[in-house]
Design a protein around this ligand. Sequence first.
Ligand SMILES: CCCCCCCCCCCCCC(=O)OC[C@@H](O)COP(=O)(O)OC[C@@H](O)CO
Length: 357
Amino acid sequence: MADERISFGLFSSSSILFLCCIISSTFAAWPLPYRRYDHRPISSPFCQAGVIPFCPSGEPDNSMPLFNPTDPVEIYALKKPVWQFKFGDLLGKFHIIHDALGIKNVKTGHNYTMEWYELFQLFNCTFPHLLKNDTLQWCNQGATCIYDGIEDKLWHQNGTLAKVATMTGDQFNTFADWVLKDNRTGLFYETWTVESEPGGQMWFDAFDCASWVLRAFDQLGVIGAKFDHSVSLNYTRIHLYSSQPIYLGNETEIFGNKSNAALAKDMINFYKDFQSHVSDEKLVLNLLDALLYIMNRDKFYLYYNSAYWLLPMKKPFASLSYDQVPLPGGGGGEVYHKPHSVWQQEDEYWKAKFGKL
Ligand SMILES: CCCCCCCCCCCCCC(=O)OC[C@@H](O)COP(=O)(O)OC[C@@H](O)CO
């Protein structure tokens, strides 16, 4: 009797856990909210920048310039093909575009470039490294970089340098506060936008250079920047299409639990086809090769919010888009876009200070 009680106990607890996984992924609020953290972890020494170091001429960590409150300030949208420094306009032809902001203090003449991107390059944020002990190592942090000057030629030659807004120095200083808070909490790059079908239910939203600019524009709108709505801007997304994602667990739950050995093995097999240890020249081909490879897969293991999800892939499997997103406060009257990621404890602050969200 006792054995039956124990076996029943084991059966019931594992089935309850399995049911919880199914229920939680069935009734999750989609798109799954991007997880924010209260501090940035030190990256593994295994992770190396590779092609270019992150933010080589940037302001000191977690610091922002501050302006005189009455200084007039101009905001510019900056766009250029990803990896233009190595491949020129090649990726621009696929509309694979990097986004950034230019800040001009009209009174002092101080200019700054601000951008959010990977600490260790795009491929390292899209796929993990497969280590010798058959575990996976992610090098997927992203961060904000702000540095002196705006290299007009760099952005003009194959991309965009367009004035989009004006604001005061006081408003810029409030924006600077947001930039630092956003940088301390939004830590991990997410390449993929995952949806049920083109234009369908979004399961996971990307968190990349483009989404940072869109979040920044939202906050500049909240703070009171005046946008020029005659400027039309498009943004790159790479999409995966799947049925509802299935939650698999975090690193420890999958790779540290013998009962998940088959799943861990299958994930290793999946990721070993997406290893980027190739020369930089081959990297673009590797990326595009990987994209083509994905087109014929019926499943995809996604890493989101530091946990793994199974995507039951479906046609058209993947696509690239370059769609227009209006600037805040435009499009016929004061229709306001709630900021993409105003986190809870900030709501009251913003409401008190700006009376809206
Ligand atoms: C199979 C997977 C990939 C398929 C093809 C790639 C699709 C990429 C879609 C996302 C767009 C990426 C936009 C972005 O986040 O860019 C950030 C960074 O990769 C840009 O790097 P960069 O070297 O071109 O520019 C950084 C430079 O401005 C730093 O000062």
